[in-house]
Design a protein around this ligand. Sequence first.
Ligand SMILES: Nc1ncnc2c1ncn2[C@@H]1O[C@H](COP(=O)(O)OP(=O)(O)OP(=O)(O)O)[C@@H](O)[C@H]1O
Ligand SMILES: [Mg+2]
Length: 501
Amino acid sequence: MSMPSEFLVMRNISKTFPGVRALSGVTISLNKGEVLALVGENGAGKSTLMKILGGVYQAGEGDIFIDGQEAAIHTPLDSRKYGISMIFQEVNLVPTLSIAENMFLGKELAGGILGRLDRNTMRKKSAEVLARLDCGNLNTAALVKDITLAKQQMVEIAKSLMNQSRIIVMDEPTSSLTGAEAEALFSIINTLKEQGIAVIYISHKLEEIERISDRIIVLRDGKFIAELDNSKKNVEKNLIVKHMVGRDLTDFYPAGNAIIGEEILKVVNLGLKGKFNRVSFNLRQGEILGFSGLIGAGRTELAKTIFGEFKKDEGEIYLSGKPLKIENVRDAIKEGITLIPEDRKREGLVLCLSLADNICLPNAGEVSSAGVVSRGKKNALVRRFINELQIRPALPNRTAIDFSGGNQQKAVIAKWLVKNPKILVLDEPTRGVDVGAKSEIYALMRRLTEKGVGIIFISSEMPELIGICDRILVMNEGRINGEFKKGKMDQNAIMAAAAGI
Ligand SMILES: Nc1ncnc2c1ncn2[C@@H]1O[C@H](COP(=O)(O)OP(=O)(O)OP(=O)(O)O)[C@@H](O)[C@H]1O
Ligand SMILES: [Mg+2]
């Protein structure tokens, strides 16, 4: 067998999980100082391929070569020894330790035990590494829990530089970052490139892929589908999409035939201390009302207040003209209000339960007869939602944690849709969801509005807000700072309103 000349080659990688072939004979290569984007639908096998590189999973078949030599990667430690670092969406730092302590964690230095290390040296060294990233001033004595998620990610990248990384894998790193924070990450990626470090970048945001990658590899159903040269940063997004889903996506934002009817929700001068104040708006039957704004603008808190999760400090909420009196989430659901939360890992799913159990968890009433769970009803309900949302693989008894990120998100949506809501609040429902599934979620929203459901749609992605909403409200620092109607939605004006201008 010939030894490859590229810096990294993963050759003929296959991986099977019980019931699923996650990867079949995938080969990828990577050069020094290159940004390789891995794209594909939810469940295509991107994370699995990277977890094999990271020593988290063992490949069933295939070989890995680094610098032309066969690399034996069986554990995360092996992977780190080869200079490979993984940055996941979830940060893996210890929140109660300082930046410097986190960066030195796991290092067998002088004294061995962290407590005996010279704190000054630690701080100085970590500051030096952070400086290599050009990411502004970070006080290395600050506790990780006190800095933003974006800064935490930078600390993770810095930590990987301390480990002499030559390859950094980033799996959906920007999904919880603001636009400005993502920009900072992109400039760090450029700095890494200049230092000869190679980056493998996974994202569902095709705008990012187009901007920062040198080469794009598309996976579908665990197979290598295409490789696109993006050295000129001009790959057509449509071409990527076509390879990803295997067909052209027409009607990405379906128009729908909903009739906007009576007012079903009216919010007057609503306030929650320290989060938002004097918020007034209304929502009509069949309407999709978007909420734009920067992270921290108060949108999620507003949604949770309407849903009864937070207790309002002032103001009134009216449901079809009547004052809404709710004490908690259960009351809200009884009144026909449903919220699909943004953080699917923490609030959305019980990861150790099966898909079917997750969907049925808040829906005991729907699947029981005379207080006893009916297997038949349960199966029928679960099947219906697996089909309606195209959850893949369509295995009701599989544990939630074993589904890919986007399919977990679809399960969260399914779980809450069973309630047949009158008002549906969706908080970032398409985060981490592939283009095909996104358009399924939009179509589903349209179908619901055709039945008269009023939808509040919180999103940080401008194209989808403009594409699907009948009206957009923009929040800035806890206030509503702009309203845009269909046909008059201007991206720049919305951004300015979100920035408080
Ligand atoms: N630990 C596991 N056990 C069983 N099946 C798994 C496991 N991890 C992943 N899979 C399955 O392997 C396939 C590939 O999943 P993977 O997480 O690699 O997809 P992905 O491309 O990263 O998707 P996403 O964009 O949704 O994150 C999926 O069918 C998934 O359900
Ligand atoms: Mg993934």
